[in-house]
Ligand binder design. Structure first.
Ligand code: GLC
Length: 928
């Protein structure tokens, strides 16, 4: 019954994916309308998947999208195994699922076990069936409505009883929610069977998780409140076993609005044999309470009352969702307080709760919104973000039921907030026009254009959350401080130790923390990577602005930017522990380890330009499989390096694994290529991770991509070969030349193939076509003889149409010399001469022996100009030098030096130098 994995390509099979992610809750109808009928649909949602991915979410939780009369926004289901026609078709859903998975996003759907719509064919059959029959027993019927009077009424604003009269059946039926939502009868084995079929239907399609709606109410027993009954738990254990046995890495998320000790029971016992996740309902209102009371106690109390959960389980934490801010799990006094503080307008109240969104609840105060998110994203659990809260979407409490928090997503200032092209009157719900939250000012487009917007801030928050596993997965320990307005806790996860300090007050606050257990550590603030004073054995003093917070990493002083020395003083290689196979380094859960070790590796590379800059984050953006001869494989990763200051950069890093004798060889001869030791479960298979460009097989595989052009697919895009006719002309149709071992490592890495071709792998990747490829192509087409012929290249084309040149391949010319001439300082010419193939570190360098002679005779820019003309729009110069018989490749760069004005530099690279170059007079290339 294992699902056909066609719809699951793109996601790994990490069984604990739900522990480290961020869940984005969205309703199909509210996100984006692709067919201008006023209602969002699957095609629209699919179009917006990149937005969710870019935000940093790792899973999408979809509210019910099944056929339904929509009297409870789809929680009244009329057919469990189809799609509501307003949202599209099952084929649209499958496409959406595939596209989400392709982006590494998992999908959680709703499993409404407890009840159906009264329009469901099961209920229609039941009400007509004979008492005691198979169909009659699908639902809970009574002649008297006298049973189960201890069960509370949940929707108390609209329902007076949990029983409703059915004139067709001539009997009462049981319902815990709306009277149009009859409860299924879990005493009937046929109901179990029907529900298991529904589960199989969606999991077979490839869905990753199921939210078990209203799960505490499955059974009824006289004399109880009909919640959390042992029979309910027994059913859940069977369901979990079924999912584990047949599907493995899927997840069950329980909606049990209960006190902590009852909610914990939904994880099951031991290793957790019921739900993998459950919402922490009692924490949610207390986060709001603590901020308004300016007191940490409500949060600390409820978390201290929360029993530990099994190792494999995880809380789902949330601030707001599609329902009212429920106040069922608070005391009467606390509820009164919450109503006074957050719902003084009558329309804001619904049942036992408050129907409002996050931003308006915080009076649109940016600091309070950030503070609540900082707690949501750091307390133990996986955060669930409600769509729109990342842009501070407003609410409309006058819309009835919970519709005021379910209005369309606001994409732009266009008609209908860019949500739909339909007549505004036909929208499923109106757009927010409240002046404080008006869609014209508050929308995704406006916020994306402003790096200081809430949306950008949330993106940074989600990026940090992904980078630090202690956020959400760390063991939490509250710190006692004299100032109750300050909430502070330590989070520990493996080697990470984080400190969170939050000011719940609207005024600045001082705090003294006892951090003596972390003496000598330096707190590094996570957003800016700013180092704070080192911790001593005395109290650690901090002051915090109104509603501000700090996330610190407590790092031993020596660990930053250095490889930790071993006991014998030798530098040791970082080590990563993996389960079975080296490819796991790029699995989401291990990416963190990679991000830890890579900055040090990068700093040691000639081609890494950011050596003197402070790295803030490192993100593995792409991971392209490269098949090597003999069946082995390597990966070509793209690393995005974000710095504390200035623009980020993207680098290419080929990765491969070696063990046994091959690893020993690399340890001995190329230790600088080794990135990390990899410890696998079986020591015999442990080995090293190294830069694959040092492997001839890898270089051969790159050339092969050009030789026999084909598309190499990756998770976010693909590699395209650019094969120019010159390749055939120069090399002919024979098999590709073999790579020599010698490499040249400067700002990029190059390898020579049998003195015929030279392939240069660009290390720093910049968007667009690389000038070397573009200019080379142009010069080829103009039969320009004085330069190295470009025969092709490799380009990466991303899904979002981003394009980078990865490599360029030239015809090889045996030696080369470079000269740089500056417009502004023509006399300050130095030259670096290099001979391809010379061993690294032994590269000959020379200065012109007679600089004045050189500059006056041949290279004075003035003497260049008359023969120079602009080659293309980018401003490349073509020039011929008097007396020069060499091959010249012109280059141009602009340098923003402290000197004013910024000056442009013409670089001229001459191949075949000794025919003209004054280096005849020196021994730089051995050709005196
Ligand atoms: C859950 C849903 C809610 C719905 C109720 C009844 O609590 O979150 O929106 O009304 O179940 O189906």
């Amino acid at each position: 019954m294992q699902s056909p994995d066609r719809n699951r390509q793109g996601i790994d099979h990490d069984p604990f994916w739900y522990k480290s992610g961020v869940i984005y809750e969205v309703h199909v109808r509210a996100f984006y309308d692709s067919n201008a009928d006023g209602t969002g649909d699957f095609r629209g949602l699919t179009e917006k998947l990149d937005y969710i991915k870019d935000l940093g979410a790792t899973a999408i939780w979809l509210l019910p999208f099944y056929p339904s009369p929509l009297k409870d926004d789809g929680y009244d289901i009329a057919d469990y195994c189809a799609v509501h026609p307003s949202y599209g078709t099952l084929a649209d859903f499958k496409k959406f699922l595939r596209e989400a998975h392709r982006r590494g996003l998992r999908v959680i759907t709703e499993l409404v076990l407890n009840h159906t719509s009264d329009q469901h064919p099961w209920f229609q059959r039941s009400r007509r069936a004979k008492p005691g029959s198979h169909w009659r027993n699908f639902y809970v019927w009574s002649k008297t409505a006298a049973e189960y009077h201890d069960a509370r009424i949940i929707f108390k604003d609209v329902e007076q009883s949990n029983w409703a009269w059915d004139h067709v059946a001539n009997a009462y039926y049981w319902h815990r929610f709306f009277s149009h939502q009859p409860d299924l009868n879990f005493e009937s084995p046929a109901v179990h069977e029907a529900m298991f079929k529904v589960v199989d239907f969606w999991l077979d399609l490839g869905v990753d998780g199921l939210r078990l709606d209203a799960v505490p109410y499955l059974y009824e027993r006289e004399g109880t409140n009909c919640e959390n009954l042992p029979e309910t738990h027994a059913f859940l254990k069977r369901l979990r076993q079924h999912v584990d046995e047949n599907y493995g890495d899927r997840m069950l998320l329980g909606e049990a609005n209960q006190w902590p000790e009852d909610a914990v029971a939904y994880f099951g016992q031991g290793r957790g044999d019921e739900c993998h996740m459950a919402f922490h309902f009692p924490l949610m209102p207390r986060l709001f309470m603590a901020v308004r009371m300016e007191d940490r106690q409500p949060i600390v109390d409820i978390l201290e009352q929360t029993p530990p959960i099994p190792e494999t389980s995880q809380w789902a934490l949330f601030l707001r969702n599609h329902d009212e801010l429920t106040l069922e799990m608070v005391t009467d006094e606390e509820r009164d307080y919450m109503y006074r503080m957050y719902a003084h307008v009558e329309q804001a109240r619904l049942n036992l709760g408050i129907r409002r969104r996050l931003a308006p609840l915080m009076n649109n105060d940016r600091k309070s919104i950030e503070l609540l998110n900082a707690l949501l994203f750091s307390l133990p659990g996986t955060p669930v973000l409600y769509y729109g809260d990342e842009i501070g979407l407003g609410e409309n409490i006058f819309l009835g039921d919970r519709n005021g928090v379910r209005t369309p997503m606001q994409w732009s200032s266009d008609k209908n907030a860019g949500f739909s092209r339909a007549n505004p009157q036909s929208l499923y719900l109106p757009i927010i026009l409240d002046p404080g939250y008006h869609y014209e000012a508050n929308n995704v487009e406006v916020q994306l254009a402003n790096p200081h917007s809430l949306l950008w801030w949330m993106r940074r928050l989600l990026a940090l959350r992904k980078r630090w596993r202690a956020l959400g997965e760390g063991k939490c320990e509250f710190l006692q401080t004299g100032n109750r307005k300050i909430l502070s806790y330590i989070l520990r996860y493996e080697t990470e130790t984080l400190l969170v300090v939050a000011n719940l007050s609207r005024f600045p606050q001082p705090v003294e923390l006892d951090l003596s257990a972390f003496q000598h550590a330096a707190p590094i603030e996570l957003f800016g990577r700013t180092e704070f004073p080192v911790i001593s054995d005395g109290p650690y003093f901090l002051s915090l602005g109104p509603h501000s917070f700090y996330w610190f990493s407590l790092e031993p002083k020596f660990a930053r930017g250095q490889v930790q020395p071993s006991a014998n003083g030798q530098a040791t290689l970082p080590t990563l522990a993996l389960a079975h196979d080296w490819h796991e380094i790029l699995a989401e859960k291990n990416k963190f380890g990679m991000k830890e070790i890579l900055p040090d590796y990068l700093r040691a590379q000639t081609w890494f330009k950011g050596k003197s800059r402070s790295v803030k984050f490192l993100t593995i953006k792409e991971d392209i499989p490269v098949n090597l001869a003999g069946g082995a494989d390597a990966r070509l990763a793209f690393l995005q390096v974000d710095y504390v200051d200035g623009d980020s950069e993207m680098y290419s890093l080929p990765l491969a694994f070696a063990c046994g004798a091959e690893a020993d060889g690399l340890r001995q001869h190329s230790p600088e290529r080794i990135i990390a030791e990899l410890n696998l479960a079986s020591p015999a298979q442990s080995g090293i991770l190294y830069d694959a460009f040092s492997s001839p097989d890898f270089c051969a595989a790159l050339l092969e991509m050009l030789w026999r052009p084909r598309r190499v697919k990756a998770s976010q895009g693909e590699i395209e070969a650019v094969r120019l006719p010159e390749l055939r002309r120069i090399i002919g149709e024979s098999s590709p030349p073999k790579p020599s071992k010698a490499r040249n490592e400067q700002s990029n890495s190059s390898v020579i193939f049998e003195d015929k071709l030279m392939l240069k792998l660009f290390r720093r990747l910049e968007p667009g076509l690389n000038p070397e490829l573009e200019v080379g192509r142009f010069l080829n087409s103009h039969s320009f003889p004085h330069c190295q012929t470009v025969v092709g290249g490799l380009e990466y084309v991303g899904n979002a149409d981003s394009r980078f040149t990865l490599a360029v391949v030239h015809a090889f010319i045996p030696s080369a010399t470079t000269a740089w001439i500056s417009h502004s300082t023509p006399s300050a010419v130095t030259t670096t001469a290099s001979s391809h193939g010379s061993p690294r570190g032994n590269r000959p360098r020379c200065r012109f022996p007679n600089r004045s002679n050189f500059s006056s005779r041949t290279f004075r820019p003035r003497s260049l100009r008359p023969s120079a003309r602009i080659l293309n729009r980018r401003g490349f110069w073509e020039f011929a030098l008097p007396n020069c018989t060499g091959f010249w490749r012109p280059t141009l760069s602009t340098s923003l030096s402290p000197r004013n004005p910024p000056h442009r530099t013409i670089g001229a690279r001459c191949f075949n130098p000794c025919a003209i170059w004054p280096c005849k007079a020196c021994d730089c290339c051995g050709s005196k």
